[in-house]
Structure formats: structure tokens, C-alpha cells
Design a binder for this molecule. Structure first.
Ligand code: ATP
Length: 191
């Protein structure tokens, strides 16, 4: 079972490629954001530390952590973002390692594919056999984010500028998927 890390900037098409890998190539797929979301639910390992760090004002009425409120706080507060990441990132990596080990034991999938924008920064290259970089030119990404998520041009640009630049991603990939145009599943053939 090949371990693949799928990365790229916001709106480049990571989730779209991940879905194709699941549907057409029967890969085990997992989004690190989803794992983080799961681990910060009440009763799970990150809930109490995150709640202690930010206070009850980040809770929704049902007691869950309100991700929009949290994102609103950390987007403009780098120190708080770092503290949040120190809690959540190691727990996510531990969970990913456990799932890899579980899937290796079962040997049911040709590849285990994890998806996140921050794979390189968080050193997931150390546990992946290959890093795949999903690229789309900036204008295309902005247009897709405006069309599909109702982002303003300024919001899309602000998030993009906060992420690693294209040149940095390019130092680390074993494979690049150009998703600037139409994406065809045959582009993803890998076995
Ligand atoms: P994020 O970093 O926010 O998770 P992402 O990299 O996972 O974003 P997607 O959500 O896959 O990006 O794609 C962003 C938007 O662009 C979605 O609405 C998706 O449907 C659309 N999209 C992705 N690839 C293509 C394509 N080749 N042609 C047209 N639209 C596309």
C-alpha cells in the first residue's frame, strides 16, 4: 500500500482529486481537516484543551466547538493559531499513523491518500512515500473560490497569501497534477 500525501493551496482542487482517487482508483482517502474536526468534538482528545485555551465563547449552543468562531479568532491572531496547532496537529498525526498501521494490516487498498494544505509544513513527507502537488494557476483558483464558495477576490487572495508559495510546494513534490483546466481521472493513473 502506497502512502500518498496530496497537497496544494486553497482552491487548487485537492478535495476534487481526492474524490477521484477514491471513486476511480479505490484508494483509502482521508482529509486532515476532517480528522481535526473529529478530534475536537466533545469527548475526544482535543476538545478540553482547545476549550481551555479559547474559553466557552467558542462553543456553539450544543456544546461543540464552533469552527467558524475559532477560524475567525485564529485568522488574525498568529499566536493563538500556533497554540491551537500545537494541540491539534500532533493529535492528528498520531491518528493518521494509527490509521496507516491499521490499513497496512488489512491490506485492502492500493494506496492510502491523505489530503491537506499543510502537509509539507507539518513534515508529513516523512511518513509519505510520495507527495503529490495539486496545482492550478492563481486566477483559476480565485474564480473557482468566488463561484463555488462565494469568496470575494480579496478574501481568496488573503488566504492564498497566508499559504506557502508555489515555488516552495514545488521543492517537495514527487508528482504534480495540473488542475488548471479540465481534470480527467486518467491523469491520476498511478499503479
Ligand atoms: P481547500 O484548500 O479549500 O480544501 P481544495 O484544494 O480542496 O480547496 P476543491 O474544493 O477541490 O479545492 O476545489 C475548489 C473548487 O473548484 C470546488 O468548487 C471544485 O468543484 C472546483 N474545481 C476543482 N477542480 C476543478 C476543475 N478541474 N474544473 C472545474 N472546477 C473545479
Amino acid at each position: 500500500m502506497k502512502i500518498i500525501g496530496l497537497t496544494g493551496g486553497i482552491g487548487s482542487g485537492k478535495s476534487t482529486v481526492l474524490r477521484l482517487l477514491e471513486e476511480h482508483f479505490h484508494c483509502y482517502t482521508i482529509q486532515l481537516d476532517e480528522v481535526a474536526h473529529e478530534l475536537t468534538k466533545p469527548g475526544n482528545v482535543c476538545y478540553d484543551p482547545v476549550r481551555a485555551l479559547f474559553g466557552d465563547e467558542i462553543l456553539a449552543e450544543n456544546g461543540e466547538i464552533d469552527r467558524k468562531k475559532l477560524a475567525g479568532i485564529v485568522f488574525s491572531d498568529k499566536e493563538k493559531l500556533d497554540k491551537l496547532n500545537w494541540i491539534v496537529h500532533p493529535a492528528v498525526k498520531q491518528e493518521i499513523l494509527a490509521r496507516i498501521s491499521e490499513q497496512k494490516g488489512k491490506n485492502r487498498y492500493p494506496a492510502f491518500v491523505m489530503e491537506a494544505a499543510l502537509l509539507i509544513e507539518d513534515h508529513y513527507d516523512e511518513i509519505c512515500d510520495e507527495i503529490w502537488y495539486v496545482y492550478a494557476d492563481p486566477e483559476t483558483r480565485i474564480r473557482r473560490l468566488m463561484d463555488s464558495r462565494g469568496y470575494s477576490r480579496e478574501k481568496a487572495l488573503a488566504v492564498m497569501e497566508n499559504q506557502m508559495p508555489d515555488a516552495e510546494y514545488r521543492k517537495h513534490y514527487q508528482r504534480i497534477i495540473d488542475n488548471s483546466g479540465e481534470l480527467c481521472y486518467t491523469d491520476l493513473r498511478f499503479l
